[in-house]
Design a protein around this ligand. Sequence first.
Ligand SMILES: *[C@@H]1O[C@H](CO)[C@@H](O)[C@H](O)[C@H]1NC(C)=O
Ligand SMILES: *[C@@H]1O[C@H](CO)[C@@H](O)[C@H](O)[C@H]1NC(C)=O
Length: 383
Amino acid sequence: MKEKLLIRMTILLPFLILAIGEKEVKCTKQGESISRALIDHQVNKTILVPGGDVYDCIGVSVQPAFKHPLLKNHKIQMEPSSLPLSAYPESPSMHAIPQVQLPIIECPTGTIPVLRNNRRDRMAAKTINEIVSKDLQQEAAGIQYLDELYGTRARINVYEPKVKTNSKDTSASRIQINGGEGVGRRDALGVGSWVSPSYSGDSFARFHVYWDDGSPTKACVDHDCTAFVQVNRHVGLGGRIKPISMYNGPQYEIDILIFKDPKTKNWWVAYGEKNTPIGYWPSSLFHYVKDKGDSAWWGGYVQGPTASTDSPQMGSGHFASEGFGKASFFKNIQIVDNNNKLVTPNIYTAHLGSTNLSKYTTDGYEVNNYGLHMYYGGPGDLV
Ligand SMILES: *[C@@H]1O[C@H](CO)[C@@H](O)[C@H](O)[C@H]1NC(C)=O
Ligand SMILES: *[C@@H]1O[C@H](CO)[C@@H](O)[C@H](O)[C@H]1NC(C)=O
């Protein structure tokens, strides 16, 4: 009897440490299997996407987010109370490059798609060690913005950088809003395109939203964590982005907007030229971005156990100096100011940089017809 208890304690310990050391929300595999079991009872329709992804359509009001203790009495907000206003009309040339197609799932009204990650579930046992591991390397190249903001919008040129299949590293192109960095803890909200073989079980560029509370372990991604409230019944988080840009070939981009709802203070994610809302992180979840963010990031980010010692590609895998059609870019970078207006960030509070110029670079930093613009990326150690 005693032995049994001991064994159970040993297994539970890593989870307890996580639960006590960090916030209540943790993307442990255990949490996932619990929500999986709950989800199974509430599946309205299951949709198989060509290529093998499986989405479950789940009632919008019983989605994973509402398992969070802080969201027990949360009243769902089905649409933003307003969108940030454009400070200037967009020039037609802005739309010269076609938009990528986000994974579109035809869930019935009143439900939202939740990805069933079969390939990853099979790796569940391994991931526990990964989560408690402190062995995290990271590199980044892009623009850091250091001033208050209430949202950001940018067009991200989407590529599929090469990441070694057996490496557990991730290569992402993303926009992120941060708060609280100076106090040693933080909240970070981000959206972007990732290649992460160990997370998704393949090497495709996939669309993700995440909340990162600054713990060195793992971010809360899509619906893995009980945090993101999705209202859009079509956009499949975690799904493949198609088509992707080709080196010296056709380019594709995605228009992403993150903004704070001026009335409810929830942080919304919207996409496309029409700013179609996808969903939001309820403001009650946060400590450091309750009212606004205090910095932002646009660019490439690689992380994982070998992200510095055997770095994956970033962006197109080519250096920024190669320019349009070859190097990956961000354009029309804007922030939402305290008047709920989208404006070009002050370039004097924005800093361009890379953690290691022999792997990744930045270039073409300017304000032009496409707003604030930048090229970034590189081969990493995959030369
Ligand atoms: C499917 O969703 C609809 C709308 O929310 C609901 O009325 C219906 O009961 C659901 N069916 C199942 C099997 O959950
Ligand atoms: C940058 O990357 C190169 C090539 O991998 C490596 O030799 C060098 O030590 C790195 N520099 C820094 C500052 O990490």
